[in-house]
Design a protein around this ligand. Sequence first.
Ligand SMILES: [Zn+2]
Length: 322
Amino acid sequence: MYSQKFNYFHGIMFHHFHDDRIYKYGQGSISKEDFINIINYIGRKNIINADEFYLKSIENKLNENEVCLTFDDGIKCQHDIALPILDDQKIKAFFFVYSSLFDGNPDLLEVYRYFRINYFNNIDEFYDLFFSIIKINLDKFFLENDHIISSNSKKFPHYSTNDIKFRLVRDMFLTSQEYEAIMFKIFDKYEFDPKLYYKRLFMSADDLKNIDFNGHIIGLHSHSHPTLMEKLPFNEQYMEYDKNREVLSKILKKNKSNFKCMSHPCGSYNEDTKNALYQLGVQLGFKQIMTVEKERNMQKLNNSSLEIARQDHADIMSMMQK
Ligand SMILES: [Zn+2]
């Protein structure tokens, strides 16, 4: 049973859903049936509503077995596939949404993913092409970062070694501009126009309003979704979250001070992030791993109210198969 495996409160993190009609199966995506099975496996009674999770967390009253459901990135398939199930099961969840997707100039993370899934037979075919475009020998870089690769394999059990190497090259070896330039070079080769896919991949302002109207909590997830927030100076981090709540508050016609919950994009944060968030009045934040980070001097899970652990749905899927 799930609740016997983990005796501390945490979030369950969802990203992609497929329905084999509009939304194709891809790396880590789950169907509506999988989603229902996950809810049953966790046990419906252990899942509490987002507002209750938030209130109990600030009062330090969360029980060990209690979990909440969280959805990151404002992805359209969450609205179309997961939302009806949530409403059906009367579960109120958190939706952490980065806001550049509403200003016509979204972060392209989702578009990259769509491209990888639809234009290649498998993910390694894409990785091979991607690595081959970087002319400099990557073997040396991988060798030098061997310890990071092995510690990340433990932190993210659902990632393959290639997944981890790709993220390392993207986030550490390349600047974000260099990464984008390489991706656009590949897009050109495949005559792929990213703009044509925004509508299908991202939630609209109306989707967001609909989620809010149904009683779910919309939370922060930065404005432009940097893959390594911790690399940015304090003022840029502050701006990321300030702009994020400004855009969301306009769409939802809510005061900026209403946004008290968040999740860290790609799980990246540092002390500056926490300080910026506290200054913005944020009280509850989620990361995306379930391990105690000794290298960050953490003694326990849920290290602070801005560092609540989350379990990736992909890991629950593999537990269910055992
Ligand atoms: Zn994200």
